[in-house]
Design a protein around this ligand. Structure first.
Ligand SMILES: *Cc1c(COP(=O)(O)O)cnc(C)c1O
Length: 456
């Protein structure tokens, strides 16, 4: 990558951006005063900004760039597809070769009992689709009262009305009277922050049983589904205690409701398995996917469904009045196929499970010794550091939640590493192509950042 510091007029771009561009999840007043960072290029795990500064992309963009930046194979596949057939819809009895090939590929990669996919363009749309699909399924099989969907506090399922409602982000709910009716939330398996004096395993069982209680209170004949991320991403990389998923599985096996495993982050190798559902043995009925599906090269999402759900959606007949102009977009499908091909060819899933994953994790967990770190945790290539004022007391938090996290994130940028702050925890989710040398750089940058944050 060549230095491009002279080509981009940073201040002018920032001023124009401030005048006309409303950014997602941003305080636009303060962002406009500060000025946006302008990313101008990227290669592998490295980003470059308009001042010529190189930074490691510790977040794989936004949890999505599995195969790393700048992969020519994807650019070429996309370009070929654009020339051949840039767009056609999949409504009205039509399809096209890229959508056919991708559907077959996804069925092959997904758990055995999941063989069909409905396409959309994002994780949020995928969860809107889940919302409608669950209700349609129960209508189809003659149980229309099963409408309520149970989600979890601090879960994240996207930013549309249904995504925000299914998610459990209270700040998002407060902006606009959400959730919509028909959604209920139970507590998350966040032992470090909410486990009280219970052991992680006791706490895992306790919060899992809230599902059972919620189903009983609502009445099983009114509950359509439970939705959850295998590991919560945006909520702060919440890795559940080992007791949690088996207990949830037990409850789901006894109850007649659907389970939607939101694989938007955990899917496509992040945990060292193709899907988070494989990692935890979840056997979901629906799997919303997006992000790593195309490695972020083009927007695409989908919902994979089990053979059980297909019985309602397909075998029963009748039209599901749902779909998007860009469902199965040929160029996005070509990008997905090219990205999946790289993941397979380079054995990236196995690399996360057996090579770079354990390598980074061993070093990451050593950060537990740092005076600012209350807990370091990592599964596959996704991890968090809980920053605390007193590492001997898990229950003590910083007075103004988020302030230390933000300071730490800004210092990290200066040290050449993009980490994300969620409250006062630091998050990484690097591309799956991260090398050992790059992992060493990452750890060194984190240690330097923690030291400087500690003394700030
Ligand atoms: C990012 C995310 C979404 C939303 O995806 P978008 O493409 O941003 O709409 C949904 N679920 C999970 C788990 C996510 O991480």
């Amino acid at each position: 990558m060549t230095a491009q510091s002279n080509i981009y007029p940073t201040a002018a771009l920032q001023a124009t951006d401030a005048a006309h561009h409303l950014h997602p999840f941003s305080d636009m007043k303060s962002l406009n005063e500060e000025g946006s960072r302008i990313i101008t290029g990227a290669e592998g795990v490295w980003l470059q900004d308009s001042d010529g500064k190189r930074m490691m992309d510790g977040m794989a963009g936004l949890w999505c760039v599995q195969v790393g930046h700048g992969r020519k194979e994807i650019a070429e596949a996309v370009s070929r597809q654009m020339e051949e057939l840039a767009y056609y819809n999949t409504f009205f009895k039509t399809t096209h070769p890229p959508a056919v090939a991708l559907s077959e590929k996804l069925a092959q990669l997904a758990p055995d009992h999941m063989n069909r996919v409905f396409y959309c363009s994002s994780g949020s749309e995928a969860n809107d689709t889940v919302f409608r699909m669950v209700r349609h399924y129960w209508d189809q099989i003659g149980q229309p009262a099963k409408k309520t969907i149970i989600g979890r506090w601090n879960g994240y399922h996207g930013s549309t009305l249904a995504g925000t409602s299914l998610g459990g982000m209270k700040a998002m709910h407060e902006q606009g009277d959400l959730p919509v009716p028909g959604v209920r939330h139970i507590n998350q398996p966040y032992w470090f922050g909410e486990g009280g004096d219970l052991s992680p395993e006791e706490f895992g069982i306790k919060v899992a049983r809230e599902l059972e209680t919620a189903i009983d209170q609502l009445g099983e004949d009114t509950v359509g589904a439970f939705i959850a991320e295998p590991i919560q991403g945006a909520g702060g990389v919440i890795i559940p205690p080992e007791s949690y998923w088996p207990e949830i599985r037990r409850i789901l096996s006894e109850r007649n409701i659907l389970f939607a495993a939101d694989e938007v982050i955990c899917g496509f190798g992040r945990l060292g398995t193709w899907f988070g559902s494989d990692y935890y043995g979840l056997k979901p009925d629906l799997m919303p996917i997006a992000k790593g599906l195309t490695s972020g090269y083009l927007p695409m999402g989908g919902v994979m469904v089990s053979d059980r759900v297909a019985e309602g959606l397909v075998d029963k007949g009748g039209e599901f009045y749902h779909g998007y102009t860009y469902s199965g977009h040929p160029v996005c499908a070509a990008a997905a196929l090219a990205s999946l091909d790289i993941i397979e060819r380079e054995g990236l899933v196995d690399r996360v499970a057996n090579d770079i994953g354990p390598y980074l994790r061993e070093r990451w967990l050593k950060l537990n010794d740092h005076p600012l770190v209350g807990e370091a945790r990592m599964t596959g290539l996704v991890g968090a550091l809980e920053l605390v004022p007193d590492k001997t007391n898990r229950h003590k938090t910083f007075p103004d939640t988020g302030t230390v996290g933000t300071i730490c994130r800004d210092i990290s940028f200066e040290n050449g590493l993009v980490m994300r702050a969620v409250r006062d925890s630091m998050i990484i989710s690097p591309p799956l192509v991260l090398s050992r040398e790059e992992a060493d750089f990452l750890i060194e940058a984190v240690v330097k950042t923690l030291d400087e944050t500690h003394h700030a």
